[in-house]
Design a protein around this ligand. Sequence first.
Ligand code: FE2
Length: 415
Amino acid sequence: VEPDASPLARYRAIRSTTEWLIDPLSAEDCAIQSMPDMSPAKWHLGHTTWFFETMILESTEAGFRPFDASFRVLFNSYYNTVGEQHPRPRRGMLSRPGLDRVRQYRSDVDRRMERPLRDGTLPEKALSALEVGLNHEQQHQELLLMDVKHLFSCNPLRPTYRPLEEPPATDPGDLTWSDFPGGSVAIGHEGNGFAFDNERPRHEILVQPFSLANRPVTCGEYLEFMADGGYRRPELWLSDGWEVADRHGWEAPLYWERDEDGTWSLLTLHGPRPVRGEEPVVHVSYYEADAFARWAGARLPQEAEWETAATSPPGEGHFLEGGSLHPAPVAPADDGSPVQLFGDVWEWTGSAYGPYPGYRPPEGALGEYNGKFMCNQMVMRGGAVVTPASHIRRTYRNFFYPHMRWQFGGIRLAR
Ligand SMILES: [Fe+2]
């Protein structure tokens, strides 16, 4: 998606990417929910459509009538100002509406959205809601892949989402450190380009001198942590993390399985295969990332440190458009500077997700988008191999609860 393309072209490109992501799935794949945090693909299709219908058509279309009045509740995720919601853990109970009906909903809303986009008649406020809607749909593209991966991991047939020719092996080299002087730095988004409300306002913050690892932690390094009793040594763990790891019997990242000969395999969207030492470790919780960092004599970066270091343009890592759907190593930079800050794995930071100084959520329903989640979650930075490249920014703040592992989360060390 070219950032300077017309709103209509971008609307079409992003909507059709979602359809492309659904292509390999059966109607049954699209209906099932494998855990309370994930949503069936059919629900993603409906909900992203609901967003445009509710946030734009409802307030701009003459004589607006909803496609189906019941969808207002069924496909509302968490917007209390819009009204009631079908409970999230029960999204997998929605055998009706069928996939065909949800697809009709998509085409109907597309037809009604494209008309004012073509004529250029959307008012200013609706155009800014459109930007949120397009970025929202891109977020759900990533969620959809996370959710399909989890769903398939629960199926003993180990389905393949899309077959892939594996890229040639790249040596990421030894982990090295880059020093940064710190000082008073400015972080956050400014300017006219799109950013979510949680990236604003840009503000100054005092950062101590720090060092940042040149690349994400690899599976080989994580295997050393495991072999050194990493999951069995309480001194490495936060209290909450120790409790969660014990309760769930964690002994490896999510989607890792020990083979009969004691070696490890992992699940990709292309099916299972052996763990490769050189690839970035992925599907670890904040608690595991934090324990690993402590074991390694380091820590996780603060988000201001990460943003200060991330001066290279997004694009050197792997994103959704590349189609590899699993993180891969990249070659180190000649000067040893950090690589792969963008793409491949979301990097856990040691920063709690909170409002920037002077933050104010937008008025109305869109005020519920980010602001009300600013409690008990941790910030992740940089985007992953399932993130659309046109979606990510240096100032982008993703956030997850510290126990969550089904997002493509990895580790970059700081000290
Ligand atoms: Fe959503």
